[in-house]
Write a protein that binds this ligand. Structure first.
Ligand code: MF3
Ligand code: CO
Length: 260
């Protein structure tokens, strides 16, 4: 069942998403060489508390596994679901993907961004730009009357035309009281397929893009997804509301900040 949110529920989603966006925006501004990913996670924990929110990632369960960090922090060849570690130190030339999902008054906001630590190569700059563009294309296609497959196809086409890989194993999703609701929003697929988009649906669009092969493996900790060929990977995500016209991006920081 795909939930259609009413105006009161949408207001709650707006609040949760604004917090998720502000936390992500402030964390991205803190990223600096010499910091560990655990330092960033502790900053995330403090910020989330400061906003009166709770992490939707912390203790997230898949089977018998519980996710142990407050946000996901994935460095370079790590694609998503990186776990914070004291011995994982950010260095100049790295890229780091931060994925912040929070509960505010029982509603979820979810967003992610990849930032560079100091200057990076032109090819890595291009990876970040193309991933960000793929998200924008997905948002543009997230219109009432379109199908989920239109979003999927638009993202895949842009990424593959740019000669990058699009991840298959993880997908975007509906979001609301739950972090993962229906429908699934794959980043690959065919136009005109899948559920029809209807005003009042709230979905997360989140392309995960690899510089080389899209193949991945799961790390020793059972969570982190790593590009099999060891090449860098980027991830951008927004929570959006389907309206009668263009989608409303709910995860915009109140500052107007770094993200669109
Ligand atoms: N933002 C991620 C998603 O869209 C959240 C992952 S939570 C984790 O699924 F606990 F599984 F890491
Ligand atoms: Co998500």
């Amino acid at each position: 069942m795909i939930q259609i949110k009413n105006s009161v529920q949408i207001e709650s989603m707006r609040r949760a998403c604004r917090v998720a966006a502000d936390v992500l925006d402030r964390l991205c501004a803190m990223v600096a060489p010499g910091m560990s990913t655990l330092d960033l996670d502790m900053e995330a924990k403090a910020l989330i508390e400061q906003y009166g929110a709770t992490s939707a990632s912390y203790n997230y369960k898949v089977g018998r596994l519980r996710y142990p960090s407050y946000i996901c922090i994935s460095v370079n060849e790590e694609i998503v679901h990186g776990i914070a570690r004291a011995d994982k130190i950010l260095r100049m030339g790295d890229i780091v993907s931060l994925d912040v999902c929070v509960y505010v008054d029982g509603w979820v906001g979810d967003n992610a961004r990849t930032v560079s630590v100091g200057p990076v190569s032109q090819e890595v700059e291009r990876l970040l730009r193309v991933t960000r563009e793929a998200l924008d294309i997905g948002i543009d296609l997230a219109r009432a009357g379109n199908k989920v497959g239109d979003i999927s196809h638009g993202i895949q086409t842009h990424v593959e035309a740019s000669r990058f890989g699009i991840v298959r194993e993880f997908v975007g999703h509906g979001v609301g009281r739950g972090l993962h609701e229906e429908p699934q929003v794959p980043n690959y697929g065919q136009k005109g397929r899948g559920p029809r988009l209807v005003p009042g649906m709230t979905i997360c669009i989140e392309p995960m893009v690899t510089m080389g092969s899209h193949r991945l493996r799961i790390g020793q900790d059972g969570w982190v997804a790593i590009a099999s060929d060891g090449k860098p990977s980027a991830h951008f995500e927004h929570t959006v509301l389907i309206t009668e016209t263009e989608a409303e991006v709910l995860t915009l920081p109140s500052s107007g900040g770094l993200s669109k």
